[in-house]
Design a protein around this ligand. Structure first.
Ligand SMILES: Cc1cc2nc3c(=O)[nH]c(=O)nc-3n(C[C@H](O)[C@H](O)[C@H](O)COP(=O)(O)O)c2cc1C
Length: 310
């Protein structure tokens, strides 16, 4: 067993977190990750409701039988923090507050008995979340799927590990035991995996998303804001989103068009236009596989690789 701060703190057996993925990771995916020994986080998007959260919490608990966790986008709470209150009602063990300063919310998370963790993209972010009092940080690299920063996972992870006494996890590009072994050997206490889970039948989202991911290679992603514009998502400009390339990104990424024009051209119904957020690990995901198997396989391979050094 790979024992780290994360596994000890949560009483889990695998140092892997099923990443919060708005629109793709609900209670079924989170529950399967937890049942396999990790911790699955349901990803709450801005448009999700308290009812939706309640359903995910009960599904995740029923399937997972272990700790419960949610991920929220910090910047979106400044306009309306009711989703945080709704999350805390379910007494989760972990709340991920990423993309923004979590200072206004960490106290509430702790009062509810949960750990607060934040994904960060720079050393400056590290200082912000340390000052906010989070319990652990996740160095999230540029190769990650979904919204992320501009520094690659390994350069960022090395800097963060040198710069903090908080427990550090890694995110971005980790989709096999080799990736997990690498970040654990570097000093991380675990990893967030997102893209690795996106071909699993427990994901939610459009029917074409899993097939598109399976067909994609690692060079078939782009870091772009066109899907935020297309869907009127007011993300702060410092975070782009990594998605699979398609005819929509070929036409609009970097074209300099205004938001209205881009939004008019967009429809999520068309598989060649709709967004499929995914990271550079896409090329490592070759078959539709239950989420529990993904987690168990990554953990077993990492354990075997690291055993060579005992
Ligand atoms: C489809 C998708 C949606 C995501 N949505 C969120 C989100 O709502 N909140 C969040 O904190 N991170 C989100 N992320 C980022 C993940 O939490 C995580 O950092 C990333 O998946 C790790 O990199 P990987 O995809 O290479 O494993 C998302 C990622 C993907 C692929």
């Amino acid at each position: 067993m790979l024992e780290t701060w994360l596994t000890r703190e949560l009483g889990i057996t695998v140092p892997l977190v099923g990443a919060p993925m708005g629109g793709r990771a609900g209670g079924a995916l989170a529950g399967e990750v937890t049942r396999a020994g990790g911790l699955g986080l349901s990803g709450a998007a801005r448009y999700n409701t308290a009812e939706w959260l309640a359903e995910q919490a009960s599904t995740a608990r029923e399937i997972g039988g272990g700790p419960l966790g949610f991920g929220l986008m910090t910047w979106s709470l400044s306009a309306d923090d009711s989703l945080l209150g709704a999350v805390l009602e379910h007494r989760p063990q972990v709340v991920s507050l990423s993309f923004g300063d979590p200072a206004p919310y960490v106290g509430r998370v702790h009062d509810a008995g949960a750990l607060a963790i934040s994904q960060i993209n720079t050393i400056e972010d590290l200082r912000v979340v340390e000052a906010a009092g989070v319990d652990a940080v996740v160095a999230q690299g540029h190769e990650a799927g979904g919204h992320t920063g501009r520094i690659g996972t390994l350069p960022l992870l090395q800097q963060v590990l040198e710069a903090t006494s908080l427990p550090v996890l890694a995110a971005g590009g980790i989709a096999s035991g080799r990736g997990l072994a690498a970040v654990l050997a570097a000093g991380a206490h675990g990893a967030f995996v997102g893209t690795a889970l996106l071909a699993s039948p427990e994901t939610v989202g459009p029917a074409y998303a899993r097939a598109k991911l399976l067909a994609a290679g690692s060079a078939d992603t782009v870091y772009t804001d066109v899907f935020d514009k297309a869907r009127h998502q007011p993300w702060p400009s410092r975070w782009g989103g990594r998605a699979l390339t398609n005819s929509f990104t070929d036409r609009w990424h970097g074209a300099g068009a205004d938001e209205e024009t881009i939004a008019e051209a967009y429809t999520g119904e068309d598989p060649d236009i709709g967004v499929v957020y995914a990271g550079e690990a896409a090329g490592l995901v070759r078959a539709e596989k239950p989420a529990g198997d993904v987690i168990r396989d990554i953990a077993a391979q990492a354990e075997a690789l690291l055993a060579r050094f005992r």
